[in-house]
Design a protein around this ligand. Structure first.
Ligand SMILES: *Cc1c(COP(=O)(O)O)cnc(C)c1O
Length: 384
């Protein structure tokens, strides 16, 4: 059912064979994106057809990369909660929460890794690895286990123990490293070169973004149109990049017009490279020194997809802002007590950001605002 045609460098446009495992562009070291025959896909993949199919990746099969049924643990069947009790806090805008904590392993990382590992298995990969601040390691371990692949997870030594214990329970080799996620990435790269692991780091292979893009498809499948604003906690940026790609594809498929949701990147005050670059008018984000935040998913000092993230924010008339860890905790409490959503600090960050944007008049009364709760509070219970 897939209409996958090839992979394409997001910067220089060079084409790559999708029938082999690929990583970054070999010329400019930028992410590769999957391309489809959207004219052919659109013949069967109408919005009405997607709405008639059961939820999950299979609803969008024509624009997913799989040639066979992928390893499905139930990812992507998450609710878009209408959180009307939160409207007042947004100055009369409509608050919606896409609760990604209800994915397998408790975060939206399940979407990305389901796609990356499903596809890696099709292409003959047998060992997968990544550096992680927590949720990606759990998801990698789960999908590798289900697919019968070996998994290696390298994480900072202070990673919350539910992630470490969970990944071990799921059968992965877990290495604790004395450094941040970029240093863990170097450990993965060394072991990959030496021992033949396939590196599934964020945007360093093309299919995690394909899994994450389904969040954008879900919004339109659920609402029938794009919302006005999407507030998203940004670390490596796969979600922003994936959703922006989804909106472009949906326009080509005839599901939506040229209007886009205004995309908001929320980062932590202690690690905000995208916010700094956005405010400075830069096309690329310089690495952030001494990154610190309890929101481990946002502790990404350097994003390989920085250009794509910044371009998506600007093209959608979006914005970027940073919130403190204390604001995230208050935000998680607001989502909890106000909407019944058990939110990770990253989800709480979205509430704090949206509240500030509404107070500033950037979010207006009556607008539909989707906040992403990307992970479960339970994995961070000690940090709370
Ligand atoms: C990884 C992660 C993020 C950041 O996601 P990106 O799409 O890589 O920007 C946000 N929240 C949680 C809970 C995460 O695990």
């Amino acid at each position: 059912m897939t209409t996958l045609t090839h992979l394409e460098c997001s910067l220089c446009g060079q084409a790559y064979d999708a029938a082999r495992p690929q990583r970054l562009c070999t010329t400019c070291a930028r992410p590769l994106l999957a391309r489809y025959d959207l004219a052919r896909a659109g013949a069967t993949l109408t919005l009405a057809a997607a709405r008639a199919r059961p939820a999950g990746f299979a609803a969008y099969a024509e624009v997913m990369p799989f040639t066979r049924p992928h390893v499905d643990l139930g990812e992507g069947r998450t609710p878009l909660v209408r959180a009307a009790r939160l409207d007042a806090g947004l100055g009369g805008a409509e608050a919606w929460v896409k609760d990604e904590s209800l994915n397998p392993t408790g975060s939206f990382k399940a979407r990305g890794l389901a796609a990356a590992i499903g596809r890696a298995r099709e292409l003959g990969v047998t060992r997968v690895a990544l550096p992680t601040a927590g949720n990606a390691g759990l998801a990698l371990a789960a999908y590798a286990a289900a697919a019968g692949l070996e998994a290696l997870v390298v994480c900072p030594a202070d990673t919350p123990h539910p992630f470490v214990t969970g990944a071990r329970l799921l059968g992965a080799e877990v290495v604790l490293h004395d450094g941040l996620i970029d240093a863990c990435g170097r450990v993965v790269a060394e072991r990959a070169a030496r021992e033949g692991w396939f590196d599934c780091s964020t945007l360093k292979e093309p299919y995690r973004a394909e899994g994450k893009k389904t969040m954008g498809y879900d919004l339109v499948r659920d609402l029938g149109e794009v919302p006005d604003v999407v507030v998203y906690p940004t670390g490596g940026g796969t979600g922003i990049v994936g959703m922006a790609k989804a909106f472009d594809e949906m326009e080509a498929l005839g599901w939506i017009g040229a209007r886009r949701p205004r995309m908001v990147s929320v980062q932590a005050a202690g690690c905000a490279p995208i916010v700094r670059a956005f405010e400075g008018g830069a096309d690329e984000a310089a690495p952030w020194a001494d990154a610190h935040t309890a929101a481990s998913g946002l502790r990404v000092p350097r994003a390989v997809g920085d250009r794509l993230i910044l371009a998506a924010l600007r093209a959608s008339s979006g914005t970027a802002l940073a919130v403190t860890d204390a604001e995230m905790v208050r935000g998680a409490a607001a989502l909890g007590a106000g909407a019944g959503v058990l939110a990770a600090p990253e989800g709480g960050a979205c509430w704090a950001a949206a509240e500030r944007l509404a107070a500033a008049g950037w979010i207006r009364p009556g607008e539909r605002v989707v906040l992403f709760n990307t992970g479960s509070a339970l994995s961070y219970i000690d940090a709370y």
